[in-house]
Design a protein around this ligand. Structure first.
Ligand SMILES: NC(=O)c1ccc[n+]([C@@H]2O[C@H](COP(=O)([O-])OP(=O)(O)OC[C@H]3O[C@@H](n4cnc5c(N)ncnc54)[C@H](OP(=O)(O)O)[C@@H]3O)[C@@H](O)[C@H]2O)c1
Length: 385
């Protein structure tokens, strides 16, 4: 049996990864699981999958979980050091990074330092640390397999092709819940409305990012590092049905697309069984029920987050770190009903404009920039109350 570690096992991607593992029955032995604070679910997962290691972010919850599982042979670790130990020191055949936010970078780096195969859902890893991560990929032991549905689609489409054959990567975007809402109405949309994604059921942060279209912007940066393409070759197309998960245009003018129902268990399984394919939990796509597939240009004026992400990606250096940090703070502020929906991109833009930039930040510098940009974003957010 192959050994698997899932960082963020209590989240949307984490729980779906465990569903896929159950579906694949005897193939995988779950070695390590982690949560931020949801120890009730982590305890249930520990009872079911009997991992060797658990990680909980704060000491208080870790102790509580340790007491509850006192009769089990499981080591309960805590904090970033626990995450890094699990990712960097414990042997696995595949590590799934399903953490949300910038916290995902350090364990990815720890895993790559020892040589690892990583199923990456945590897009923030590449957004803030892409320049660092790409250096590790020259080690043949290291492999990053994309779980994000768009990147998984491109990954599948590129099988057997060379990077020089790519003319364009076309990332599809549903456009989120506000695609057809008038721009002026965005100021007053509620958290509930923003969380109501038309096609995908996901964690809170990515759902808000989808509503602002920052999610697609982060994915543009992610695609740049995964597929080594310049930004002018990475395009975004609005496709409200979310049936085409992305496309690649090749230099001979052929466009290939990957289609399917919107179900993250399909790309997750694709990575777990790669390069083989076996039947999945996903439903088959019925093209007659779908009927029509629509495509339109993104509105950069209505959704400025997309343009901000292109700007940050093209400039590189510290700017994507600043963009991501400010966005995480602003999204949490919106989810806590402290600011308006439109304040999210206002805060991101203001912090991007104000924070001093740096080329090629080292890992420690990325954390420092992340911390300071968050503080700055908290300050700007107060102006919005
Ligand atoms: N959900 C999707 O369909 C989807 C699709 C494509 C890509 N992604 C990407 O996949 C990643 C995970 O998304 P998600 O929707 O699964 O997120 P989620 O449901 O919010 O789950 C996040 C996981 O990370 C843990 N976590 C949260 N904050 C943490 C912290 N500060 N330190 C350590 N652990 C922390 C959570 O623990 P608790 O449960 O204890 O809070 C949970 O296990 C994101 O980067 C997202 O953009 C998601």
């Amino acid at each position: 049996m192959k050994r698997i570690i899932i960082l963020g096992s209590t989240g949307s991607i984490g729980t779906q990864t465990l569903e896929v593992i159950e579906h694949l029955s005897d193939d995988w032995n779950v070695i390590g699981l982690t949560a931020n604070t949801n120890i009730d679910l982590l305890e249930k997962q520990a009872n079911k999958y009997k991992p060797e290691f658990l990680v909980v972010m704060d000491e208080y919850h870790a102790k509580k979980l340790k007491n509850r599982l006192a009769d089990q042979a499981v080591e309960v670790l805590s904090g970033p050091a626990g995450l890094n130990y699990l990712a960097g020191q414990v042997e696995s055949d595949l590590l799934i990074n399903a953490l949300v936010g910038a916290v995902g970078l350090a364990p990815t780096v720890a895993a790559l330092e020892k040589g690892s195969r990583i199923g990456l859902a945590n897009k923030e890893t590449l957004v803030i640390g892409g320049q660092i991560i790409e250096k590790y990929l020259s080690n043949p032991l290291n492999k990053i397999l994309p779980i994000d549905s768009e990147h998984n689609a491109v990954f599948q489409l590129l099988a057997g092709h060379k990077e020089k054959e790519i003319a364009k990567i076309i990332l599809t975007a549903s456009g989120g819940p506000f695609l057809n809402l008038e721009k002026d109405r965005l100021e007053t949309v509620t958290v509930k409305e923003a969380l109501n994604h038309p096609n995908w059921d996901m964690g809170g942060k990515i759902t808000i990012d989808s509503a602002t279209m920052m999610n697609k912007g982060l994915e543009v940066i992610e695609a740049h590092y995964l597929f080594k393409q310049p930004y002018d070759k990475i395009k975004v197309v609005i496709h409200p049905e979310s049936i085409v998960h992305s496309m690649v245009e090749f230099i001979d003018s052929s466009i290939m697309a990957e289609l399917g129902v919107a179900d993250m268990r399909i790309p997750i399984q694709n990575i777990l069984t790669y390069p083989e394919r076996v039947s999945s939990l996903g439903k088959n796509l019925d093209l007659f029920t779908v009927g029509a597939l629509n495509f339109e240009e993104p509105d950069f004026e209505k959704f400025p987050a997309l343009g901000l992400a292109y700007t940050a990606g093209k400039e590189g250096g510290s700017l994507p770190v600043i963009l991501n940090a400010a966005n995480e703070v602003a999204v949490m502020g919106f989810l806590a009903n402290k600011i308006r929906f439109t304040d999210i991109t206002y805060i991101v833009e203001k912090v991007m404009d104000s924070y001093e930039r740096k080329d090629n930040p080292l890992l420690e510098e990325i954390y420092m920039i992340d911390k300071e940009a968050r503080e700055m974003a908290e300050g700007v957010m107060k102006e919005c109350y």
